[in-house]
Design a protein around this ligand. Structure first.
Ligand code: GLU
Length: 473
């Protein structure tokens, strides 16, 4: 808990939960069970560094809920990791999965390291050792607990995890399902990498397509022409920016921890990414204006602000200066509860993290299903569909004596590839969840904001699950 925050991250999740719980019918004890973190594994293990010194690594895995199995959630590498943070993030996973109808309980892992301060070989040793600690305590497995990438981790770390797990569990046929976010060659699914950013886009696009919601905010319907600011150019921020730009929005500013840049007619995230790679900073991007502080980007005039990095970036010190109409919480917990109150009072629509960034776990679910079924999506039906489409098309052409154009022919003929099915499943999931939460919000005028409506949705789903399970005597 930092000095200026009166609540820890976990307490702020509990606070939001309690606020929403009053709009549900569940008895106190059941609500307490939904809120509690079921199992907390706090570990310390030694790792020999490249220079021969030994470092004791602090790490966690928290399983918040087993109301559905396995439990699921990423592993983050960050110096800010602590037990409270991992507990909060694990709870958010339970609620997130419930909202998007992904049948998992929530979990989260964290290793307290600065990944930039370690060599790749050191990171590999830390990741493999962490995995074997999880195996020893039965905290990982395709039917137990399935980690995934999070802040500071990616495909590379997931490959180390699956390899360590599989070598410790020889013959386990479903071993690939012990972790998601893997490289394609190691059992990953196409579309996982961009999933969270694409989910953020689908969620906000759905909100922007709601006439009554846009009317209230004084904005035109749709995402075309909307001014977007993205904070964080990691995997989630990068892909959020990419999909908004590709669908006609204008990304006017991008912030990273070294600073922020602004360009009124729009930034291209790939060009900014390449510039950062080459120069080590997003600053001094050709044609853009540097902003003095990274945080300045959060306070600029825009339609949609996407905080896509770490928690608490909008807090009581800067919330009053935020001028966005919509905030899309791509990161987990980017707003403190005080900031949340200030922003809601200002009439800003906050689209909450808990469901908005669920694209990652949704596609993780698809990856896990792929691993259990041992077959790539589309393999069985792609050719069949194409043959059928070709047949229908030629019948139509014969009957009408007309030919369709080449581009149209290609489009009609296309049988779904894995990535098409994954994107389509994600789109369906995010649209359904957005509508469900909005319906809850509209159905009860006492519900103050979309976050509370999302919690109500989650509590009702997890509550139903516990109630139907019964409590084990
Ligand atoms: N780390 C991501 C999240 O916070 C993904 C988790 C997963 O795929 O299990 O939602």
């Amino acid at each position: 808990m930092s000095d200026q925050q009166p609540y820890s991250f976990f307490q702020s999740v509990e606070k939001s939960f309690d606020r929403a719980a009053q709009f549900t019918k569940w008895e106190k004890g059941l609500l307490e069970q939904i809120k509690a973190c079921n199992s907390i594994y706090s570990m310390r293990f030694p790792v020999k560094m490249d220079d021969g010194s030994i470092e004791v690594i602090e790490a966690y895995r928290v399983q918040h809920s087993q109301h559905k199995s396995p439990c699921k959630g990423g592993i983050r590498f960050s110096e800010a990791v602590n037990q409270d943070e991992v507990m909060a993030l694990a709870s958010l996973m339970t609620y997130k999965c419930a909202i998007v109808n992904v049948p998992f309980g929530g979990a989260k892992g964290g290793i307290k390291i600065n990944p930039r301060a370690h060599s790749i070989y050191e990171l590999e040793k830390i990741t493999r050792r962490y995995t074997s600690e999880l195996v020893k305590k039965n905290f990982i497995g395709p039917g137990i607990d399935v980690p995934a990438p999070d802040y500071g981790t990616g495909e590379r770390e997931m490959a180390w995890i699956v390899d360590t797990y599989a070598s410790l569990k020889p013959g386990e046929i479903d071993a690939a399902g012990c972790v998601t976010g893997k490289p394609i060659t190691q059992g990953g699914v196409r579309g996982r990498k961009e999933a969270t950013g694409l989910g953020v886009f689908f969620g906000i696009r759905e909100v922007c397509n709601m006439t009554d919601v846009m009317e209230k905010l004084g904005l035109p319907v749709g995402v075309v022409g909307k001014k977007v600011i993205v904070q964080g150019l990691g995997n989630v921020g990068y892909h959020s920016a990419k999909f908004f730009r590709e669908h006609g929005s204008v990304v006017i500013a991008i912030a990273e921890y070294e600073g922020a840049i602004y360009k009124a007619d729009g930034l291209n995230e790939e060009e900014v990414f390449q510039h950062r790679k080459a120069t080590g900073s997003i600053l001094n991007f050709p044609g853009a204006t540097n902003l003095a502080k990274s945080g300045d980007a959060l306070e600029m005039e825009c339609d949609i602000l996407i905080p896509a990095a770490l928690e608490n970036v909008i807090n009581s010190t800067n919330a009053a200066n935020v001028k966005a109409k919509i905030i899309g919480e791509a990161a987990n917990g980017p707003l403190t509860p005080e900031a949340d109150e200030i922003l809601v009072a200002k009439g800003i629509l906050i689209v909450p993290d808990m469901y908005l960034n669920a694209g990652g776990v949704t596609v993780s679910y698809f990856e896990w299903l792929k691993n259990l079924s041992h077959v790539r999506y589309g393999r069985m039906e792609k050719r069949f569909t194409e043959n059928m489409n070709s047949h229908i098309l030629s019948q139509m052409e014969t009957l009408t004596n007309k030919k369709v154009g080449e581009a149209e022919r290609k489009f009609i003929m296309h049988g779904a590839e894995e990535v098409d099915l994954v994107h389509s499943g994600l789109e369906e999931t995010m649209i359904t969840a957005t509508r469900e939460i909005m319906e809850i919000w509209k159905s009860n005028p006492a519900i103050p904001d979309m976050r509370t409506a999302a919690y109500v949705c989650a509590i009702n789903k997890v509550g139903t699950s516990y109630a139907e399970l019964g409590i084990f005597p």
